[in-house]
Design a protein around this ligand. Sequence first.
Ligand SMILES: C[S@@+](CC[C@H](N)C(=O)[O-])C[C@H]1O[C@@H](n2cnc3c(N)ncnc32)[C@H](O)[C@@H]1O
Length: 245
Amino acid sequence: MQFLLPGQGVSTHYMEVTQAEAGSESVRLRAAWKDDELPVRQRELVDKQLAAYRRGEAVDVFDVLVKSLRELQGGTGAMRVLEIGCSSGYYSEVFRIAGLDVIYTGCDYSDAFIAMAMQRHPGLQFDVQDATALKYADNAYDVVISGCCLLHIPEYQAAVAETARIASQYAIFHRTPVVLGQQNKYYRKQAYGVEAIEIHFNEPHFLQLLADSGLELLSTHTLDETVSQGVGNATRTYVCRRKAA
Ligand SMILES: C[S@@+](CC[C@H](N)C(=O)[O-])C[C@H]1O[C@@H](n2cnc3c(N)ncnc32)[C@H](O)[C@@H]1O
């Protein structure tokens, strides 16, 4: 059965796909975010958010990630932070505005996004990398941020394992859509007008996946939540510590 949900912001035309369709659809749409048109469209919105943030206005998704990182800062010098799925690297600017003491690196599987990131943020390191097979060494970064990309990755278990492998201390799963009292849900949608897949994770299973990947949950930040009698959905940022081997 297919359900059309109302569009929200940059994401529109949500259409739930069945479990049977989910496999083939998510593979078909896996490369959607590599579309060359996306960076300019996304940056238009992001530049407005950054301008508001510079004026001191609250931007909830920025505030949550900054708060998450502040919780982890131990006062022992700059934290080396990698953002996976960094798009055009705008969180480097968010962290700079917020005054966080971090050394930022970004990676994304899209050549077009990384080209824009390098142009917008010269002097920072950006790499074209797929979240499921990263080229970085084990424990390469103090903090690894999975930047709202798992939901677009059919092999999300491999992406969680890679995030944990690269993180020497902490891993943050930013803006993760989860469902409660329901199995994983799969949607076809349009992201900035481009057809894409979106996975909403059964929360207990997602938390178990984090634990199985050697991560201990430290805190959870909820961006939105609608739950009635144990059934519903939410968007959360999960802050984890890498467990000792
Ligand atoms: C919704 S944007 C998130 C941007 C930013 N990190 C944020 O939190 O707002 C998702 C990003 O993940 C990237 N992405 C999707 N699949 C990926 C993959 N398999 N490996 C690396 N990046 C991926 C997309 O290119 C896109 O830039």
